[in-house]
Design a protein around this ligand. Structure first.
Ligand SMILES: *[C@@H]1O[C@H](CO)[C@@H](O)[C@H](O)[C@H]1NC(C)=O
Ligand SMILES: *[C@@H]1O[C@H](CO)[C@@H](O)[C@H](O)[C@H]1NC(C)=O
Length: 408
């Protein structure tokens, strides 16, 4: 064997070795080392702030208690024997997709127990899957936490920060100092109990006299998880610091009336901005009652806190909140009136949450309608609600009017 042959063999050998290394690197190693473009992109946001449509409506879909676990692998609870083998979190996903497709909401409000922590191996993964359908739709959405969300790999603060950063999410961990239209630029209030207290304004119809005014206000509150009071285990409650913040924002909302008065008044009563509130755990007054004008099912004991901080009194004295939307008790789906304010359950949405076998999972829709002024759309005239069942036709049930302006 002469030396030139050896040289050629060595060359070929080295070439093959380096080619294989290169090949392995490109195929197997580098995709794991470099950040791919999809992951590195910034959060996608909805183009405009929340605003009524030019047909004078704004529709909210309330999703209560998805109880999402690990997706396909997480089985349904409380479904019929015959349904059990073909039922998983994917049924929850399909229900959400169908509701979005049918109702075409302008906004989706998730009222807690979005994920069921103890069945979620990786909280982030479960959140991506749970909110997946609304993110895919590009519809703006917001969420509060329930008492089960933090039972996985994230704390309540981490969950809210994460949820706030998800695509099209308008959720916030802390409220802004000054509640005004460019609230994003303000420092957040961090000395408030809980994570996920914030408010969102919905602007008047495009081109109307109210195009630059918020005509509907949405409050989101963290009702906490569990607490022990005098040795007794109970649910958490909305704290004084949160109520102080609510009163403050409510005053700001009322102040805006003055601005609206400067533009041509459409009717003497057209200036109050109604508000809606969203949180997870019911308040004790719902259990105590008496509830008036109940529409829907009251099938289970109201699981609330032993502590009453006067949430109802605060809401009544504020005057702007017309309806409150809660979750937590999956077998209750009613709206009942307390002190002139409606308290409405969303009804259990998720298949991994407890429920009643043979009793459809359900979801609530809220529709706000503007009144027609002489020339253009005015402020909110009426707020309606109904529910839809996850059956073959997504049956619409229990439609009712929650609030109507007295004179229009
Ligand atoms: C769950 O989804 C599967 C597949 O679409 C369907 O066959 C089944 O009936 C659903 N189960 C329930 C309880 O809705
Ligand atoms: C709202 O603001 C826009 C842009 O500043 C302005 O052109 C429009 O006239 C305003 N509309 C009303 C009703 O004030």
């Amino acid at each position: 064997m002469d030396s030139s042959n050896t040289w050629i063999q060595s060359f070929i050998y080295l070439f093959l070795v380096s080619a294989s290394v290169h090949f392995l690197h490109t195929l197997l190693i580098s995709p794991k080392l470099t950040v791919n473009h999809q992951n590195a992109r910034v959060k996608r946001v909805a183009q405009a702030p929340l605003r009524f449509r030019s047909d004078g409506t704004f529709k909210i879909l309330q999703v209560a208690d998805m109880h999402f676990g690990n997706g396909k692998l997480t089985r349904c609870r409380d479904v019929l024997e015959s349904e059990y083998n073909y039922c998983s979190d994917m049924n929850t996903t399909r229900f959400l997709e169908k509701m979005i497709q049918l109702e075409k909401p302008d906004f989706v409000a998730f009222t807690g127990d979005n994920i069921f922590g103890s069945s979620a191996t990786d909280a982030a993964e479960s959140l991506f899957q749970a909110f997946g359908p609304v993110i895919k739709s590009g519809i703006p959405w917001a969420a509060v936490l329930g008492n089960h969300d933090q039972e996985s790999t994230m704390t309540r603060e981490e969950l809210m920060s994460f949820i706030s950063l998800m695509d099209f999410s308008l959720s916030r961990t802390f409220p802004s100092v000054e509640d005004n239209s460019n609230s994003n630029k303000q420092n957040p209030v961090t000395n408030i109990d809980g994570f996920g207290n914030y408010n969102l304004r919905v602007w008047g119809a495009p081109g109307s006299n109210f195009a630059n005014s918020s005509v509907l206000n949405l409050y989101f509150l963290d009702s906490g998880d569990r607490a022990t009071v005098d040795g007794v285990r109970t649910y958490d409650w909305i704290k004084e610091s949160q109520l102080d913040w609510l009163r403050h924002v409510s005053e700001k909302v009322q102040e805006q009336k003055l601005d609206i008065n400067e533009s041509p008044p459409i009717s003497p009563h057209s200036t109050t901005t109604p508000s809606l509130a969203f949180f997870h755990i019911p308040i004790p007054e719902i259990r105590q009652g008496p509830l008036y004008s109940v529409v829907g099912h009251y099938r289970e004991y109201v699981a609330c806190s032993l502590v009453n901080t006067g949430v109802l009194n605060t809401l009544v004295s504020m005057g702007d909140v017309k309806a409150v939307f809660i979750g937590h008790d999956h077998k209750n789906d009613f709206c009942g009136n307390l002190g002139g304010i409606w308290f409405c359950y969303g009804g259990g949405f998720g298949y991994h949450g407890y429920g009643l076998a043979g009793w459809s999972r359900r979801s609530r829709v809220i529709l706000a309608e503007l009144g027609k002024g002489e020339q253009s759309w005015g402020g909110v005239k009426r707020i309606k609600t109904w529910k839809r069942l996850d059956d073959e036709t997504l049956s619409k049930i229990d439609e009712q009017i929650l609030w109507e302006r007295e004179s229009w």
